[in-house]
Design a binder for this molecule. Structure first.
Ligand code: GH3
Ligand code: MG
Ligand code: MG
Length: 348
């Protein structure tokens, strides 16, 4: 879809953009694959300010365009957009077409009406009886007004239909970014949010931190009480997380029994404090089985915390959180470990 839009550009210009893209890819050692070319062509075209900023920051930081980064760039700025654009276009094109048809009809009628009025005016100039001419003009104007009013109703209807389509597209996009089990944003939403938060953090020089939560001994819990009860617990942890982050943060389901939160503006200490509150709320929570009233063994979580380093990929930051999380598990579970402790352990 995006490629089709490129086709409408003039040949010389397109060729020069392509040449620049190939040159830059060569300089940055980006393998010339179709997906990478798509990204860099778009970068050189300047059609996506976000893509441009991200690549400029990566180049400014002398980051390597490794396979993961290239894949991320394509998925974020080219791949997913193509899918989204296709969905929007496929769903809305019929309605847009009918609106365009109405518009054309409206203009055709309006032009015919103006001709009729101007015919009457010409007759006036030719010296006809003024009273009958005034009546003719008035009758043509009345006809024009009636038709315009009818078309306006049609337009209103189409506009409402388009509004409904836009709403349903927004809702389906929302669904595509939500995890069904927990109701939290999913990985896709996380990637998108982090990308923007990362750019904002680099531009404003503000900190950005994430916390990674893993339920302790969850397999055993599932084995003892069944997967359905396990699912309820997962929802409970999701709620504990959602309730303890701010509106500007993004809590998300990272995978299986792992939840994550991105905290813009928070440094390691603040993020660790938030993580600690989440950990404590779970440790203090008593879980009762609704059907039987049976009190279930307490659920605890371990959390790894890390702070974004200028220019790094999300995967690298999550990797440090993951290692901190592993250390939390190793040192007894039901605890929060930050990446600082990771460094201390390596030094010690
Ligand atoms: P640890 O304290 O080391 O994290 O132990 P653990 O048992 O939690 O870790 P492990 O990785 O061995 O097991 C994770 C379990 O999480 C296994 C799987 O059954 C459970 N799990 C993952 N996703 C879901 C889910 O959506 N629902 C339920 N009920 N369980 C899940
Ligand atoms: Mg796990
Ligand atoms: Mg676990």
């Amino acid at each position: 879809m995006t490629v089709a839009a490129f086709d409408t550009l003039d040949y010389d210009y397109t060729a020069s953009v392509a040449e620049t893209a190939m040159r830059l890819m060569g300089e940055q050692r980006v393998p010339p694959t179709p997906n990478n070319f798509h990204v860099w062509f778009k970068y050189c075209l300047g059609s996506s300010p976000e893509l441009k900023r991200t690549i400029d920051i990566l180049i400014g930081n002398r980051r390597k365009f490794d396979a993961a980064t290239n894949h991320d760039l394509f998925a974020t700025y080219a791949g997913s957009q193509i899918v989204a654009e296709e969905a929007v276009l496929n769903n809305a094109s019929d309605h847009l077409h009918s609106v365009m048809t109405s518009a054309r009809q409206f203009l055709t009628t309006a032009i015919a009406q103006m001709r009729a009025i101007s015919d009457v005016t010409e007759r006036t100039e030719a010296g006809f009886d003024p009273r009958s001419l005034v009546e003719s003009v008035m009758s043509e104007l009345a006809k024009a007004a009636a038709r315009a009013a009818k078309l306006e109703v049609g337009f209103d209807e189409k506009t409402r239909e388009l509004d409904a389509i836009r709403d349903s597209l927004n809702k389906s996009e929302e669904r595509a970014k939500t995890d069904i089990l927990t109701g939290l944003p999913n990985r896709r939403a996380l990637d998108e949010f982090f990308r923007k938060a990362q750019i904002a953090a680099m531009e404003n020089g503000e900190p950005l931190s994430i916390l990674l939560i893993d339920i302790d001994h969850f397999k055993q819990f599932n084995d003892n009480f069944g997967h359905a009860v396990g699912d309820q617990v997962l929802r409970l942890v999701a709620k504990a997380l959602r309730d303890r982050v701010r509106d500007i943060d993004l809590p998300a389901r990272y995978g299986g029994e792992e939840l994550i939160a991105v905290l813009p503006g928070a440094n390691l200490a603040i993020c660790t404090a938030v993580a600690e509150r989440i950990r404590r709320s779970m440790a203090e929570c008593q879980i009762t089985r609704r059907s039987t009233g049976e009190i279930l063994p307490g659920i605890t979580v371990s959390i790894g915390v890390g702070q974004f380093q200028f220019g790094e990929a999300m995967a690298d930051l999550i990797d440090r959180c993951d290692r901190a999380l592993y250390l939390a598990k190793k040192s007894g579970r039901n605890r929060v470990v930050s990446e600082n402790e990771l460094n201390q352990e390596m030094a010690g």
